[in-house]
Design a binder for this molecule. Structure first.
Ligand code: ATP
Ligand code: MN
Length: 462
């Protein structure tokens, strides 16, 4: 008999028909005569109740039907007598696919701490919480592609292995096939990378932006959506060593177009999650964060406030608030500053623009004041910076001057600089950390809880 997904049964009104469901036992209750099994197959946060006449199957047969075991059940779908569910199945056949010995299965009871579940990340997708989070992760990934496709952007695949270290010097993971215990040496005694796989030093990418710009200069509007890697030893609840980034890059857009895009895009994907992940968001709100749904609707319903960095600093200076990190013009804002602007002053998402050039990347368009660049960061409640972007410097000479000021090594960047020599154009783009967006949409507090297999310092086992 063909399997039906549980998601298609929990809200059904078509009863008194034969069904076959397959899934994992969440709980088993009952008495000598009747057993109630809550079965979940990952298609929904909800379980379907299987009602088992113990005499029909025998106590011995039902013994291994415990939390975590996997079953195939056929039977009659009927309107439920009990509360909390519309439908239940009166079991006629049960096949046990796999048992889960209660003496050793780690997910026996409900209510494990998120910290404990992180230690068994290979099993935690089977919990209600992580099922909800990973379904939402899927919906958001789909919404992102959907949004850009509708807007006529092309999904452009940028490389994960890169020869340039322009952006991430010091925080990159090296890629090599050299024997690290005995690397070949040059006459001067340095490691001879000409013998390495690619003939020079390579690393994992920290961002697809520079290559994304090449795509925009040909296809008009592109976006990347792929993993990025940063060997930053910052053990924070907002940083991963491997995270996914979405980076649109658009020819002929200026910073205002860029802000409009970022705002419309965030509203679209959050609304999509609310619509298609409703049950999961409601579950997370109930369990972890009662204000979650209001916060999501608030983003959709309100226009983001736009301020310059200089205005932001003035607000912070006048706030009378004692911050852990002092505030002055030129400082790189900390998340306590960003959250003050968003949560207490503006009470709205904020887009902060025109940052001091010294705290921003070399490729950002320089303003005429000689001090600031056309950067734009989108700041969210609870999160702080969720998007970082800018209009790009399209002028070859200005870009070169900045590169020399910063003493950057241009040998590995010549291909990027060529875009400014051959048909340069105004353009803009931004980067959204996918897991930061997920933190916001799920209401989770720790970024390790919104990616199936988090990579953080000293943690890459499974
Ligand atoms: P932060 O100051 O929070 O470290 P950043 O300035 O290094 O961020 P960008 O280089 O602008 O960030 O990267 C673009 C986006 O990628 C950020 O807005 C953020 O959403 C996300 N991001 C950056 N670093 C990480 C990380 N280590 N783990 C997860 N997401 C990250
Ligand atoms: Mn960073």
């Amino acid at each position: 008999m063909k399997r039906t997904k549980i998601v298609d049964l929990v809200h059904t009104a078509e009863f008194d028909r034969q069904v076959c469901v397959k899934g994992w036992v969440r709980t088993r209750r009952g008495n000598k005569n009747v057993a109630f099994i809550a079965l979940n197959d990952g298609s929904t946060i909800h379980t379907i109740q299987v009602v088992v006449d113990v005499a029909r199957f025998g106590e011995e047969f039902l013994k291994p039907v415990t939390t975590g075991a996997c079953l195939c059940v056929t039977g009659l779908l009927v309107a439920s007598q009990g509360q909390g569910q519309a439908a239940e199945i009166q079991a006629e056949t049960i096949e046990i696919y796999g048992t889960a010995d209660p003496a050793v299965y780690p997910l026996q009871k409900k209510g494990h701490s998120l910290e404990f579940l992180r230690e068994i990340a290979y099993l935690r997708p089977r919990t209600n919480t992580f099922g909800a989070i990973f379904r939402l992760r899927h919906h958001l990934a789909y919404a992102i592609h959907d949004y850009f496709n509708r807007q006529g952007f092309y999904y452009f695949h940028t490389p994960l292995i890169t020869g340039s270290d322009a952006e991430g010097a010091g925080s990159m993971f090296q890629v090599t096939t050299l024997d690290v215990a005995h690397p070949p040496k040059t006459e001067e005694g340095r490691i001879d990378y000409s013998q390495d796989f690619f003939g020079h030093m390579t690393n994992l990418t920290v961002s697809g932006q520079l290559e994304g710009e090449l795509g925009a200069m040909a296809l008009g509007g592109v976006y990347t959506f792929g993993p990025t890697f940063r060997a930053e030893n910052s053990n924070t609840p907002r940083h991963l060593a491997e995270f996914w980034m979405i980076e649109p890059e658009i020819a002929f857009n200026d910073i205002h177009d860029n802000m409009n895009l970022a705002e419309a895009f965030l509203k679209y994907v959050i609304a999509y999650a609310l619509k298609h992940g409703k049950d999961d968001i409601e579950f997370l709100a109930k369990m972890y964060d009662p204000e979650l749904i209001d916060r999501l609707n608030f983003i959709i319903d309100n226009r983001f406030v736009r301020l310059t960095y200089t205005e932001g600093i003035e607000i912070l200076e006048k706030s009378g608030r004692k911050f852990e990190f002092p505030v002055y013009w030129g400082v790189d804002l900390q998340s306590e500053h960003e959250r003050y602007l968003v949560e207490e002053h503006c009470k709205c998402p904020v887009i902060l623009t025109d940052y001091p050039k010294d705290i921003k990347a070399f490729y950002m368009k320089q303003n005429d004041d000689g001090k600031t660049v056309r950067a734009m960061d989108v700041l969210f409640p609870k999160i702080g910076e969720i998007i970082g972007g800018s209009e790009r410097e399209a002028d070859y000479d200005k870009l070169m001057t900045r590169i020399h000021e910063l003493n950057m090594d241009i040998d590995s960047l010549w291909w990027y600089l060529d875009t400014r020599k051959f048909g340069t154009a105004p353009h803009a783009g931004f980067g959204l950390g996918f897991e930061r967006l997920l933190l916001f949409v799920t209401g989770m507090q720790n970024i390790r809880d919104v990616i199936p297999f988090p990579r953080t310092p000293k943690n890459a086992e499974f």
